[in-house]
Design a protein around this ligand. Structure first.
Ligand code: ADP
Ligand code: FBP
Length: 308
């Protein structure tokens, strides 16, 4: 089974504003609400790609109820823990001349709620895949994902972590199956600016030295790099297309990688599927569908460069 955990789900409120200007009243030309949060996006895309999975995590208040309903409408199996205080976030994604995002902090999660999550995670068995993705509410410790991995270390799980800073660095000693920083997040960890693929490879290898098994680094419109545990390295430009909504492109890439790996058992195919799923999401209003991903895979065969 595949499980995703989203500590900090959101309603993503995507608003378009012509020539957004600070300090005045701006009016939208378009607005739309999607369920969001990194693990939830991974769950929705996996479902689109034909992989049943269960979304775990924490929901609170009326926004939490809405997220739950939207997931139900999409047929995603969800088993969230209800948090008593506060509300799940509304993350604002502003589309104008530039894209701007304001992501909330999320409700505080009580010790008793964390205990309930551990009870659910204790039901996982050998061979399962667990995705820990996204930020955690501000008041929680940066060791949260590491604590979960330590707790589960005696099970033979494939654990995927998509997080930033300490939340990510702390888990490396427990050998996550896959991590997916973007180039900016990877640079932030080492205090450097990473623009070229050569630099990506250098720093991805450093993450492997610290314990990660496979390191997938996304670079938005500049493509991606995979440094795999078997020593192979794959690079790709991004497929060409008109970007419609890039929110969730990174999460889609994670889902595509998992789907490609499960279908083919090959890191090369997982990488290709990851890239095309990320781009398919960027090129459409909603998250990628299977047909959109297959179309991109078929039309971009020459994009991928591999090296064993
Ligand atoms: N402008 C774009 N053009 C084509 N593909 C894109 C674009 N933005 C994102 N993607 C695809 O989605 C993947 C993940 O995007 P990225 O923005 O790097 O992730 P994150 O949202 O985690 O920062 C990229 O590697 C690429 O395949
Ligand atoms: O948990 P964080 O880091 O605040 O990110 C949450 C936001 O990221 C998203 O999951 C999208 O992430 P990506 O664009 O990186 O794939 C949104 O749905 C959500 O609003």
């Amino acid at each position: 089974m595949i499980y995703t955990v989203t500590f900090n789900p959101s309603l993503d409120y995507i608003v378009s504003v012509d020539n957004f200007t600070c300090g005045i009243v701006n009016r939208t030309t378009d607005e739309i609400i999607f369920p969001g949060g990194k693990g939830i996006n991974v769950s929705m895309v996996l479902k689109n790609l034909g992989f049943e999975n269960t979304a775990l995590g924490f929901l609170a208040g009326f926004t939490g109820n809405r997220i739950q309903d939207l997931l139900e409408e999409k047929g995603v199996r969800a088993d969230f823990i209800s948090v008593e205080k506060g509300i799940s976030r509304i993350n604002v994604k502003l589309r104008s001349n530039e894209e701007t995002e304001i992501n909330g902090q999320g409700p505080a999660i009580a010790e008793a709620d964390i205990k309930k999550l551990y009870e659910k995670l204790d039901t996982l068995s050998d061979g399962d895949i667990l995705v820990l993705a996204g930020s955690i509410p501000d008041v929680m410790p940066g060791s949260m994902y590491m604590d979960i991995m330590r707790h589960l270390q005696n099970k033979d799980l494939k654990i995927v972590v998509d997080a930033t800073k300490d939340l990510l660095v702390n888990v490396l000693q427990y050998h996550p199956f896959l991590i997916k920083p973007n180039n900016h997040e990877l640079g932030e960890i080492f205090g450097v600016k990473i623009e070229s693929k050569a630099d990506v490879i250098t720093y991805a290898k450093k993450m492997q030295e610290k314990g990660a098994r496979n390191v997938l680094v996304s670079m938005a419109g500049d493509g991606a790099v995979l440094v795999a545990e078997d020593g192979s390295i794959f690079q790709s430009e991004a497929p060409k297309g008109k970007v419609v909504n890039s929110v969730g492109a990174g999460d889609s890439m994670v889902a595509g990688f998992i789907a490609g790996y499960l279908e083919n058992g090959s890191y090369e195919k997982a990488f290709q599927m990851g890239v095309c799923t990320g781009s398919a999401s960027a090129f459409s209003e909603e998250l990628a569908t299977k047909a959109e991903v297959i179309a991109l895979l078929d039309s971009n065969k020459k994009l991928f460069i591999g090296e064993q």
